[in-house]
Design a protein around this ligand. Sequence first.
Ligand code: VGL
Ligand code: ZN
Length: 195
Amino acid sequence: MKDSALLVVDMLYDFIDGSMACKEADKAVAGTLAYIEEETGKTDPDDSGIRSIFPILFVRDHHPANHSSFIPQGGPWPPHCVQGTHGAEVHKALSPYMSEDLCFYKGENQALEQYSAFEGRNPAGQSLGEVLELMEIRNVLICGIATEYCVRNTAEDLLKAGFKVSVLKDCIAYVDYEGHLKALEEMQAEGIRLI
Ligand code: VGL
Ligand code: ZN
């Protein structure tokens, strides 16, 4: 579909095999890669045989080293996704599909927790919501980490802003299994599609 985009949320080393390794992260990365390969290989019937351009946007948790969400600062999380570290990098299987202008950074303000990527900003200072509007995207497919936090908050903000939102249920990873199931159930009840 011409007005669809994939949003890859926080598929960063600290959430995959680092300080906040999430459950099913490897499966989520592999599922996302398979999905991207399938979508980018399709041809768009409107483009007379030319490979379709399937926009892929990335969300990146990107904290200063003394972020307020970290345990030493009194927050709930071990230090993670610190700016300039390996843990803050996108998984190398997915980074070939990434362009900097479609990377939206969040959690950069030391004092603020920011689970939703809706107000995340690209290097040009544009917000995710703004860029999706400019690209005339109506339908956002979301995969990534973690179901209960960034995936959920981002999906809900996009839904509130009027986008059609789907979560790729085999391409998400989570902190806690029960929390993951509950989040999926609640998202579905709100009108977010699970596919
Ligand atoms: C996230 C916990 C802390 C997330 C970010 O992106 O889901 N969770 N920072
Ligand atoms: Zn974080």
